[in-house]
Design a binder for this molecule. Structure first.
Ligand SMILES: CC(C)(COP(=O)(O)OP(=O)(O)OC[C@H]1O[C@@H](n2cnc3c(N)ncnc32)[C@H](O)[C@@H]1OP(=O)(O)O)[C@@H](O)C(=O)NCCC(=O)NCCS
Length: 169
């Protein structure tokens, strides 16, 4: 595992991946299966998390993901991902998914946006400290602010469910 610095700029681990969708990736309606897109989202976010943290990182959670438009066979799907926020061992990775239609030259369509939490782990699978992400511009600062809101909602929801189960027991 590489030496891990105290902080890293958000651009350091940013990643873009483009994928041409194929016939074998369809659902029963003939459009691209949502799970194909979600697998690529998880893979791209995983690479960003590993690069940012300088070692292995596992998916801890993925927020609700809303598909705004269908992806068609042959469309070129683009995944752009970066670290939005860092805690002690966890990182929120944001992934924006857009598509170029295979049969027209036009503006890219926004397919979905996903937010995933990855936890950096050591050789024993235990959480390890990650470099703090340094926002570099106003967009990065906005992403960090919004990631903090999502984190507080995730923690509050988790606590509320645990409290509710303990109350019911
Ligand atoms: C993710 C994992 C390492 C966390 O282990 P843990 O013992 O719960 O660790 P901790 O309670 O010390 O939490 C570690 C960090 O993870 C975060 N975390 C844990 N569960 C989380 C969840 N469900 N959502 C968001 N963040 C979570 C904590 O907030 C903490 O963040 P911080 O260090 O930045 O403050 C562990 O649950 C795990 O290995 N899960 C399986 C991951 C996996 O295999 N993914 C692939 C699926 S096939």
């Amino acid at each position: 595992m590489s030496d891990v610095p105290a902080s890293r700029p958000s651009s350091a681990a940013r990643l873009s991946l483009s994928h041409i969708t194929a016939q074998h990736e369809t659902n029963l309606l003939g459009t691209v299966h949502g799970g194909v897109i979600m697998t690529l989202v998880d893979s791209v976010a995983g690479v960003v998390a590993a690069r940012h943290s300088g070692g292995p990182a596992v998916t801890a959670s993925m927020d609700e993901m809303v598909f705004l438009v269908p992806v068609r066979v042959g469309d070129v799907v683009h995944f752009t991902a970066q670290v939005n926020w860092t805690g002690r061992s966890s990182m929120e990775i944001g992934v924006r998914i857009t598509a170029d239609r295979w049969d027209s030259v036009g503006p890219q369509v926004h397919v979905a946006t996903a937010y995933l939490v990855f936890v950096a782990v050591d050789a024993d699978g235990q959480p390890r400290q990650v470099p703090q992400v340094e926002p570099e511009n106003d967009e990065d600062r906005r992403r960090m602010r919004e990631a903090e809101i999502r984190r507080s909602h995730r923690l509050a929801r988790r606590k509320a469910i645990i409290d509710s189960r303990e109350g019911a027991a």
